[in-house]
Design a protein around this ligand. Structure first.
Ligand code: MG
Length: 203
């Protein structure tokens, strides 16, 4: 499986990092070794002093496809979850300055914690979903999918023009504003609506 991540999909987040608001989705990938499941702890990497959390709705692809049309894209996922796109912001800043790829800052082991996946059918409208992150019991990030610049369906249509999607692939769909640093000892809890779907410690 592969993990595809969308960058700069919420206007306020693009602004907080002084990035231009994109005309097309921006995407990058994380390898399967980045996946962190079952609420296992995240081990803070020793190569960074500034690991940031980015809380994101994650789609689980349920069938294979390429060149998927936007109007059919909803057939390619029926479960969603919540995940953290951990980013070594200090390394990413260096890469951005030099115009180099981001993998060193985004693809490291454990950089993609994901929680329990749930059926999309339990939500009246997945385009109007509230999601949030608490660290040590304190609200740190909160967003709604209505603020996405590129919808789940647009993302699937766009990415599948370049890369075939396969059953089991995950798509991180971008973070709202409020990203920030984490540290050893933090306790993460992430929610879709009021339901906690992900919880882990930073060690
Ligand atoms: Mg992100």
């Amino acid at each position: 499986m592969k993990i595809i991540c969308i960058g700069r999909n919420y206007r306020e987040h693009a602004k907080e990092l002084n990035n231009p608001v994109p005309e097309k989705p921006v995407f990058f990938m994380k390898p399967d070794t980045a996946l962190l499941q079952k609420n296992n702890p995240f081990f803070y990497p020793d190569f960074s002093n500034e690991v940031h959390y980015e809380t994101e709705i994650v789609l689980k692809i349920n069938r294979n496809g390429k060149h998927i049309e936007e109007r059919f894209a909803h057939k390619y996922f029926d479960e969603i979850g919540i995940g953290i796109d951990f980013t070594a912001r200090d390394l990413q800043a260096e890469q951005k300055k030099k115009g180099l790829p981001w993998e060193i800052a985004k693809a490291f082991d454990g950089a993609a914690p994901v929680g329990k996946f749930v059926s999309t059918s339990r939500y009246p409208d997945i385009h109007n979903l509230h999601f949030s992150l608490k660290i040590n019991g304190e609200l740190r990030q909160s967003g709604t999918t209505t603020d996405m610049m590129f919808s789940f369906e647009k993302i699937i249509a766009y990415v599948s023009q370049f890369i075939s999607l396969k059953m089991g692939d995950l798509i991180f769909t971008g973070t709202p504003s409020g990203v920030g640093p984490t540290k050893i000892g933090d306790h993460f809890e992430a929610f879709i609506e009021d339901e906690k779907l992900l919880e882990f410690n930073v060690k």
